[in-house]
Design a protein around this ligand. Structure first.
Ligand SMILES: *Cc1c(COP(=O)(O)O)cnc(C)c1O
Length: 374
């Protein structure tokens, strides 16, 4: 069995360090908004190259509170993609705004920036580009459109910590960048966690207040906030892991290029394309294959932990039925949804395992063709 992700292998390497850090927190008596959260916020701001970060409960909250801090709510429209995890549009819904979908680019799986301008209306307030699978979006075009139309930009970096666009980290282009520390992410905690990045002091202050019941000073409440604080145990774990993130992202890239080589002579497997001048961090290694559902089933039967991210595009989810964006509205998104399959990808993956994955995938595709012909 080759899993899509094996968190235990990572823990075997860093477990002793993590346990020491956690024990220190447990003994310290300081569990919420203590020294580790503060230190992590500074260390991440330094790593990302932004002025401030604010630790939160989840990536979903990061998106939600970024929208709140920009005063986006009822009557407003926010442009994003339907080819992402539901949290992106959920955050838009939570603040009472309406998601407006733009189709994706078939090669990069990301927002097709050439279609952005056509989606703008007088109600549009913001764009949420999602750096899906760890691949940066076309930020030059997105920022250019945003500036010309006076729109905010919130980058969903939940899958892309450490990814670079023209030498600059994702999350530093827009008003906000949002991170998730869900355990499976490139920088994952051992529970839930998230964080916003910004270089605007006022926006930072607003999120600091919003995450703690809407007030910067204890028992002084200026607006309805939430309880969304990163806890000290998670912050301590993440501080240990942050020291490895560069190395881990490098390994993911090596694995991606090795997969590309293994599939080089197999035209049935469309390997991921990188945008020029980007550093992709391969949260997922996602290929496109024919007869995808049959191939997926066969892979599972053969012990390969492949997954579908995501099996149903967001415009066709029940939660968004009210938008009236029906089947056929986003042809590239829909086509990709039917073809994508994500293969095992984590820093500790071995070359031998990758060879097995590649060989099995190629065999399964061949078998699926015979089955389809019968
Ligand atoms: C994981 C993820 C989120 C949400 O993060 P949580 O921490 O699970 O709330 C949002 N957007 C994308 C693209 C994600 O992958």
């Amino acid at each position: 069995m080759i899993p899509i992700l094996d968190s235990k292998r990572q823990y075997a390497q860093i477990g002793a360090e993590v346990e020491k850090a956690v024990c220190e927190v447990l003994r310290s008596g300081s569990y919420i908004l203590g020294p580790n959260t503060k230190a992590l916020e500074q260390e991440l701001a330094d790593f990302i190259g932004c002025k401030y970060t604010v630790g939160l409960n989840s990536g979903t909250d990061a998106l939600h509170l970024a929208l709140r801090a920009l005063d986006i709510g009822a009557g407003d429209e926010v442009i994003t993609v339907a080819f992402t995890f539901v949290a992106t549009t959920e955050a838009i819904g939570i603040v009472g705004a309406k998601p407006v979908f733009v189709d994706i680019d078939a090669d990069t799986f990301n927002l097709d920036a050439s279609k952005l301008e056509a989606a703008i209306t007088p109600r549009t307030k913001a764009i949420i580009p999602v750096h899906l699978y760890g691949q940066p979006c076309d930020m030059d075009t997105i920022m250019d459109v945003a500036k010309r139309h006076n729109l905010h930009v919130i980058e969903d970096c939940c899958q892309a910590i450490g990814a670079l666009y023209k030498g600059k980290m994702v999350g530093t282009f827009g008003d906000f960048g949002c991170l998730s520390f869900y355990p499976t992410k490139n920088l994952g905690g051992m529970g839930d966690g998230g964080l916003i990045m910004t270089s605007d002091e006022k926006l930072r202050d607003r999120v600091v207040a919003l995450r703690n019941h809407g007030g910067a000073i204890r028992y002084h409440h200026d607006e309805i906030g939430v309880n969304s604080r990163l806890d000290e145990v998670q912050a301590a774990i993440l501080r240990v892991k942050l020291q490895y993130i560069k190395e881990w992202n490098e390994k993911r890239r090596e694995h991606a290029y090795y997969y590309n080589q293994l599939f080089a002579n197999c035209p049935d497997v469309q390997t991921p394309k990188e945008l020029d001048n980007t550093y992709c961090v391969y949260h997922q290694y996602t290929v496109k294959v024919p007869n995808r559902d049959a191939v997926h089933k066969m892979l599972q039967e053969n012990g390969i932990g492949a997954m579908l991210y995501y099996p149903i595009p967001l415009h066709l989810q029940k939660v968004h039925a009210y938008l009236g964006v029906g089947k056929g509205s986003l042809p590239v998104t829909e086509k990709n949804t039917e073809m994508v399959i994500s293969l095992p990808m984590f820093p500790e993956l071995t070359k031998e395992e990758q060879q097995t994955v590649a060989k099995t995938l190629i065999e399964c595709i061949e078998k699926s063709k015979t089955a389809a012909a019968v």
